[in-house]
Design a protein around this ligand. Structure first.
Ligand SMILES: CC(C)(COP(=O)(O)OP(=O)(O)OC[C@H]1O[C@@H](n2cnc3c(N)ncnc32)[C@H](O)[C@@H]1OP(=O)(O)O)[C@@H](O)C(=O)NCCC(=O)NCCS
Length: 219
């Protein structure tokens, strides 16, 4: 049995929480690359580009090198989108965690700690000042601490917190590549209530979607 304890956030957790969030997000980068490369429309664009390059240059080598450069550029573009997303989050609620989560009675942030190290985290806030819906945010567990039930315990903490304050729904957003998270939410009783395309050029081109899950709190 893994030895950890769940407790509310303290100021000294600040750097560890921000780093854990960034690591949890960035680890989805390889899966996103793989997803994009499997898309027929991207394979089609690459194929047409390759044929065009051969016709123009009449050189397989030059065409392959050009394609490799295009791959590298595409990878960099995607990586910068990931970094941009992490930066945005770290400039929003994760910039002042105390103010965003600990200042109100209707929000909170917890960490899972083991031997003084932050190994898991989750936050909860009222969704757009709603008195019925709470939003679960920033769930992440350190890679070497996965499969110990930490995320499940953190989610149950959020549900219990919302329930005690009379909220009816716990809602969250996740993306199509966060497969482990989908399984976790579904085993806890969350239901997928919405699916929509990620609002960016790349999101629309790649048909990359984000989902809303909701947990209905029983009276
Ligand atoms: C998703 C995440 C939080 C799960 O953390 P965890 O502590 O390993 O999860 P738990 O041990 O509490 O798992 C609870 C249940 O979730 C499901 N689950 C968790 N990880 C899974 C995986 N890799 N594959 C399939 N199901 C998984 C299982 O049903 C599991 O129950 P079981 O252990 O009885 O099979 C973790 O993988 C993570 O931090 N990922 C990166 C950040 C992220 O994607 N966060 C989600 C934001 S929406």
């Amino acid at each position: 049995m893994a030895n950890y304890a769940i407790r509310v956030y303290r100021n000294r957790d600040y750097n560890a929480v921000r780093m854990l969030f960034a690591e949890g997000m960035m680890e989805h980068f390889p899966a996103t690359c793989a997803y994009l490369l499997k898309l027929p429309r991207i394979q089609f664009v690459l194929f047409i580009s390759f044929i065009t390059l051969i016709l123009i240059s009449r050189s397989y080598l030059l065409s392959l090198v050009s394609l490799a450069i295009a791959f590298t550029a595409g990878r960099r573009l995607l990586l910068s989108e990931f970094h941009q997303y992490v930066d945005e989050c770290q400039r929003e609620d994760l910039l002042d965690i105390e103010e965003s989560y600990m200042a109100s009675n209707n929000s909170c942030f917890w960490v899972a700690e083991s031997n003084g190290r932050v190994v898991g985290m989750v936050g909860v806030q009222s969704a757009q000042r709603s008195s019925e819906v709470m939003e679960l945010r920033r769930l992440s567990v350190a890679k070497d601490w996965r499969h110990n039930g930490i995320a499940r315990t953190l989610c149950l903490k959020v549900i219990d917190f919302a329930s005690q304050r009379g909220y009816k729904v716990v809602k969250l957003e996740t993306s199509m590549i966060q497969i482990a998270a989908h399984k976790l939410y579904e085993t806890l009783g969350f239901l997928k209530t919405d699916t929509r395309i990620f609002p960016s050029l790349l999101g629309r081109f790649a048909n990359f979607y984000v989902m809303t899950y909701e947990y209905m709190i029983k009276d």
